[in-house]
Design a protein around this ligand. Structure first.
Ligand code: ADP
Length: 455
């Protein structure tokens, strides 16, 4: 069942139930009111008749019958019977009919003084009349033709009204549900036209206020992020192939050079050395690409555990010093941590080592003096590692792009590198719920700060 029909059905059921309850209530109240009113009229009739008979000396039975039959207020099929204490009928308003009555009813009237009941279709009341030591029982019955026909009429009106009300409700329900869901249909149609080829398409955001407009806006945000991811993927592939092509072309031209004429042993050695350098560059590049691809893919599956970040800092410093003896890295603490745990973070040791290695290496690589200062500081929530150098620095426009894969600033082109390290580092730090920020001035130096929440 479609949502439109479901809403219409629920709406109709609710309104129909309310209408039915009200109609039944109105009918029952009217029916009760009619009955009570009719019983009152019967009682008045009974009282008047017995008073005429007993209290007005001038009125005898025959006259009373005449009065009974000729009053304007005579009811349909009206009968009035009066019994004495021995259950003898002392007055009957009708002569031409055999009247059935039960003595048990007369006894009940004597007991209760006032009884309201039925006799076939007719309403019947019984009253005990006590005067001058006489106990008379008056029974009066009649058919409420006028009241019942009014009630029939009311039943008919309510029935048809109910039918019309429910039909109108169903119609309106379908119409309004369709109206409210129309924007969703529109979104459905628009979404079905979006493919990988036209991710730049956006949905109509309508009034930007209601729930459906917010759905469209959220969907547009998702599209925006998808498009960015697609663009990144595309530029990654084109950058990666471009980066791979350069060393491969160098390899090829070295080989061509070697094949052009017979070479001496010394020349062979030179060619092989060049080939070795290009091969190393290719290996370095493919390793970085592999690492970047892995970081993008499996970031959510990396196991994290408590690690001492200050220990990793010292280990990385020693590791780099072993490979590049010309690099000078000084590490110190800006403040003495208040507690032992302020330098313990929830993280992956290998990945954090990778990040720090890249930042230390960059700081020394892009500084003519190959020096870097590393400062560890803590506050109640976060542990900061700031890597400062007095190197070539970066312009504000470069700072905006250095975390994108393959981006290299103009002033860094003379140095070895592929422009991948920082994008990997930024992703890894994000994975540790930390931040990697940079503060740099062209020609003056840079400070990269890793901030990680400690336990
Ligand atoms: P790579 O160093 O291999 O080029 P990275 O991703 O590590 O790649 O760095 C990206 C770019 O950021 C570098 O090419 C350089 O322009 C800039 N950069 C990074 N660290 C520094 C630094 N300490 N000083 C100046 N520029 C830097």
């Amino acid at each position: 069942m479609t949502i439109r029909n479901r809403i219409a059905l629920q709406f109709s059921l609710i309104v129909a139930s309310i209408l039915i309850v009200f109609s039944v209530l109105i009918y029952l109240v009217s029916a009760t009111y009619r009955r009570e009113e009719f019983y009152d009229r019967l009682k008045n009739k009974a009282r008047t008749t017995v008073r005429f008979l007993i209290e007005v000396k001038e009125v005898d039975r025959e006259l009373l019958k005449i009065i009974d039959h000729n009053t304007l207020t005579a009811l349909f099929d009206e009968k009035v019977l009066i019994f004495d204490a021995k259950n003898r009928l002392i007055y009957s308003s009708v002569d031409d009919q055999v009247i059935h009555y039960k003595t048990s009813l007369l006894d009940e009237v004597r007991k209760q003084k006032d009884v309201e009941t039925f006799s076939g279709h007719n309403e019947l009341i019984g009253l005990l009349y006590q005067q001058n030591g006489r106990d008379l029982v008056v029974l009066a019955s009649a058919y409420d033709q006028f009241g019942k026909s009014k009630l029939d009429n009311l039943r008919l009106t309510l029935g048809w009204g109910l039918l019309a009300g429910i039909s109108i409700t169903i119609g309106l329900g379908i119409f309004f549900a369709g109206q409210s869901l129309r924007p969703i249909n529109q979104i459905n149609q628009e979404v079905s036209t979006i493919t990988a080829r036209n991710l730049q398409k956006r949905l109509d955001e309508g009034n930007r206020q209601d729930e459906i407009a917010r759905l469209a806006m959220n969907f547009n945000n998702v599209l925006e992020r998808l498009q960015q991811a697609f663009d990144q993927q595309r530029s990654f592939v084109s950058h990666a192939s471009h980066e791979l092509r350069t060393p491969l072309a160098a390899l090829k031209s070295e080989i061509q050079l070697g094949l052009r004429r017979p070479l001496s042993i010394g020349e062979h050695e030179d060619v092989l050395k060049n080939l070795m350098t290009d091969a190393d560059r290719l290996i370095g590049l493919t390793n970085s690409l592999l690492l970047l691809a892995r970081t993008m893919e499996s970031s959510s599956q990396v196991p994290l555990q408590p690690v001492r970040i200050d220990d990793i800092v010292f280990e990385v410093k020693d590791e780099l010093a072993g490979v590049r003896p010309d690099y000078r890295i000084e590490v110190d603490f800006q403040n003495i941590p208040e507690t032992e745990t302020e330098t313990i973070v929830e993280g992956n040791e290998d990945l954090l080592r990778q990040v720090l290695l890249n930042l230390f290496d960059n700081a020394c690589k892009y500084s003519p003096d190959h020096r870097a200062q590393v400062r560890i500081s803590t506050d109640p929530q976060v542990c900061h590692i700031a890597i400062h150098d007095r190197g070539i620095g970066m312009s504000p426009s470069d700072i905006q792009h250095i975390f994108e894969p393959f981006y290299r600033a103009q002033n860094a082109l003379g140095y070895d590198g592929f422009g991948i390290g920082l994008s990997i580092s930024a992703k890894l730090i994000e994975l540790h719920r930390g931040t990697l920020t940079v503060d740099s001035k062209l020609g003056t130096g840079s400070t990269f700060t890793v901030s990680l929440p400690h336990i």
